[in-house]
Ligand binder design. Structure first.
Ligand code: ZN
Length: 309
């Protein structure tokens, strides 16, 4: 049902610019807004531009209030790091836009306690590259940007069956050149993906492959076919997944690359919808944010060009 390797479709791709305002209508009635904390400050991607994009989308949904905690710069002094003590307990969900130095122990321990007690964690793109040396984080994210010896690899076959590749076998983390690709929904009943087209075209992005980790208790919600002709693996690579952790919930999407002033992937209405619904689910275990009428179709990526972003 979820064939994601339709090359003809890919070559015919037309990037449709949606003029409909994305999620312009209030999403959620009278429920109190969820408190969300974005963490940034170090990333090999352009976090100074991508945090405001996601913050604007989250606030525009009507579902969230958003604060940002920015870490000290790389190679800062211990005293600078001592000033970074975000109070996770004040938030319903923490969204990581961070890929940098491992946080000091008190911050790591605070995040572990926060998620274990029921907090939500949302991991966006290169945030899963961080913290190779933090075992609890690797459990939370399941798969990270790691070498092939780090842990198992998980893909899905065309029928949707999970295929585990043991550590040391097969490719480690990588991606080919950015390109538009189809996302195949693998769990149409999960609150995050419920109601999405079974296949939809994602705007140009890095298609992560060979992610590695403990990969325990993962529910894979969506995959993308990693085409060898585009530097890929020939397998259906996980794009969106969730993991319970203690009483908390962790949502990961490896989509959302942005480099320089090119944030095409983040302007994809598919990405935005996944990010918003994933963050809401991580916070509450439910999703009320609708799938917009302007959502991508199997053949056409859709980007949001609403003003103010
Ligand atoms: Zn990237």
């Amino acid at each position: 049902m979820t064939k994601s390797r339709n090359h003809t479709t890919l070559t015919r791709l037309a990037l449709v610019t949606a003029t409909v305002a994305f999620l312009a209508h209030p999403a959620v009635g009278d429920e109190p807004k969820l408190r969300l904390l974005i963490i940034d400050g170090q990333n090999n991607h352009n976090w100074r531009d991508t945090t405001p994009i996601m913050k604007a989308d989250l606030e525009r949904s009507g579902r969230f209030t958003v604060d940002v905690a920015t870490t000290p710069a790389a190679k800062s002094s211990p005293s600078a790091w001592d000033s970074f003590r975000p109070d996770f307990s004040r938030y319903d969900v923490v969204l990581s836009n961070y890929n940098g130095e491992t946080w000091p122990a008190p911050v790591r321990e605070a995040l572990e306690a926060y998620v274990s007690k029921g907090g939500g964690l949302a991991i966006i793109h290169a945030a899963n590259n961080a913290f190779t040396d933090w075992p609890e984080y690797n459990l939370m994210i399941g798969l990270g940007w790691r070498g092939p010896k780090f842990g198992d690899r998980v893909t899905l076959d065309d029928a949707g069956k999970v295929v585990r590749t043991p550590k040391g076998e097969g490719p480690g983390a990588g991606h080919g050149p950015p390109h538009a690709f189809q996302v195949a929904i693998r769990d149409p009943d999960h609150p995050i993906t419920k109601g999405m087209p079974s296949v939809w075209m994602h705007a140009r992005d890095e298609l992560y492959h060979g992610q590695r980790g403990p990969a325990q208790h993962m529910t894979i919600l969506a995959t993308a076919f990693s085409d060898k002709s585009k530097g890929g693996t020939g397998a259906n690579e996980p794009m969106i997944w969730v993991i319970p952790h203690g009483k908390g919930r962790v949502f990961t999407t490896v989509m959302g690359h942005a480099m320089g002033d090119d944030a095409t992937a983040m302007h994809c209405i598919g990405f935005k919808t996944v990010m918003l619904r994933g963050a809401e689910w991580a916070a509450t275990g439910r999703v009320t944010i609708p799938i917009p009428a302007s959502f991508p179709t199997a053949d056409s990526a859709r980007r949001d060009d609403a003003p103010g972003k």
